[in-house]
Ligand binder design. Structure first.
Ligand SMILES: [Zn+2]
Ligand SMILES: [Zn+2]
Length: 369
């Protein structure tokens, strides 16, 4: 261990479900494997899943209280193992890394881990036995021990506050867009376009050359989606029926047959059935619906859409490590950035209050404040 690492840290913890975070002193976590690196977190995002976890809707997570939250963060490596693994060797002390949630200490032997296409031999962040930062193990609300195989190297030009929201929101929406399998010029819809993932999605989709319809149903997020300066058509679902949007698209594309009017793919970010239904109505025949949210009671899918319109529905989770690194480079190249509001670590409960107001964009703890 480097002697610059203190023994104690300030950490924001959950002590029970449905209770505010408590700022407390805890020992700095210790490296326990040759794949581990200790990261001093410089910025940590707050994500919808943090709210779901705190509400007790992700049981058995967290495994115990007190629990340190945040599963998307960026920081600086401050300690490495005495005999680092090949992956840990790539991130010497002083390296800046971004950390997503999945893939801490995977089992190494299941079919996911043994997939020859994995980024590292014996490592897959889809391993069911791997832990998740901030959920099934402690997260980034200050120092965190993470698995070197799960992190991304950050370019010098990318600030920690810009990098942190990319580690969950960014990689999730980037992967969802890739999952749409569209080529430049095709049409994609993003339902929930002004939220944390959505507003990043508008920017990624624009840089991918897609024609975008962004949908939201609240004033703040709609305003945010419009303020980004993308060429996306932004639709208020409260006042514009999906059928009208489809007709407009048909007109713009010079299409006569209603079955051939609409989007090639749509991404569903909110948890409401109304959002899911709205998104599916925007699809033309043979369109693809990519589901990102996972409401407790699921979505009702219209069997008629599947049978008579040949709509497909797929889900998507975070990408693998190559997707993560690719997303970081893509975001850096195309200047994709979350519109974020920053808070000091000690103001985390103010951040949560702000989150509950639903203004859109991302809320990030900046340790430098
Ligand atoms: Zn998240
Ligand atoms: Zn495994």
């Amino acid at each position: 261990m480097s002697n610059k690492v203190p023994e104690q840290m300030k950490a924001q913890v959950l002590e029970a479900y449905n209770k505010p975070y408590t700022l407390t002193d805890l020992p700095v976590p210790e490296i326990s494997s040759d794949d581990d690196i200790l990261v001093k977190v410089d910025a940590a995002g707050y994500c919808h899943t943090d709210a779901v976890l705190a509400a007790g809707q992700m049981k058995p997570n967290p495994p115990a209280f007190p629990h340190i939250g945040s599963h998307e963060f960026a920081g600086t490596v401050v300690a490495v193992p005495k005999t680092p693994s090949a992956a840990a060797k790539s991130y010497p002390v002083g390296t800046r890394v971004g950390v997503p949630r999945r893939g801490y200490h995977v089992c190494g032997t299941c079919f996911e881990c043994r997939d020859p296409n994995n980024d590292y031999e014996g490592f897959s962040n889809f391993c069911g036995k791997g832990l998740s930062n901030g959920l099934s193990k402690h997260g980034g609300f200050e120092y965190a021990v993470v698995d070197a195989r799960q992190v991304a190297l950050l370019p010098a030009s990318m600030s920690a506050v810009d990098a942190a929201p990319l580690m969950c929101a960014g990689v999730t929406i980037y992967r969802a867009l890739k999952r749409c399998r569209l080529s430049s010029g095709q049409r994609v819809g993003i339902v929930g376009a002004g939220g944390g993932l959505g507003h990043l999605g508008l920017q990624f989709a624009e840089a991918m050359g897609l024609r975008i319809t962004g949908v939201d149903a609240a004033d703040g997020p709609l305003q945010l989606a419009k303020s980004l300066g993308t060429k996306a058509t932004i639709v208020d679902a409260r006042s514009t029926p999906a059928g009208d949007v489809v007709k407009e698209i048909g007109k713009a594309d010079g299409v006569q047959d209603p079955a051939n009017m609409g989007l090639d793919a749509v991404i569903i970010l909110p948890e409401s059935q109304a959002s899911f239904d709205y998104g599916c109505k925007l699809l033309k025949n043979h369109g693809l619906c990519v589901v990102v949210s996972f409401p407790e009671n699921g979505f009702n899918v219209s069997a008629r859409d599947l049978v008579f319109r040949d709509i497909s529905v797929v889900g998507t989770l975070l990408g693998n490590n190559s997707d993560l690194q690719e997303m970081v480079s893509f975001a850096s190249k195309h200047n994709v950035k979350a519109v974020s509001k920053t808070f000091a670590l000690k103001q985390l409960n103010d951040l949560v209050d702000e989150y509950n107001k639903g203004g859109g964009g991302k809320l990030v703890v900046d340790m430098a404040i």
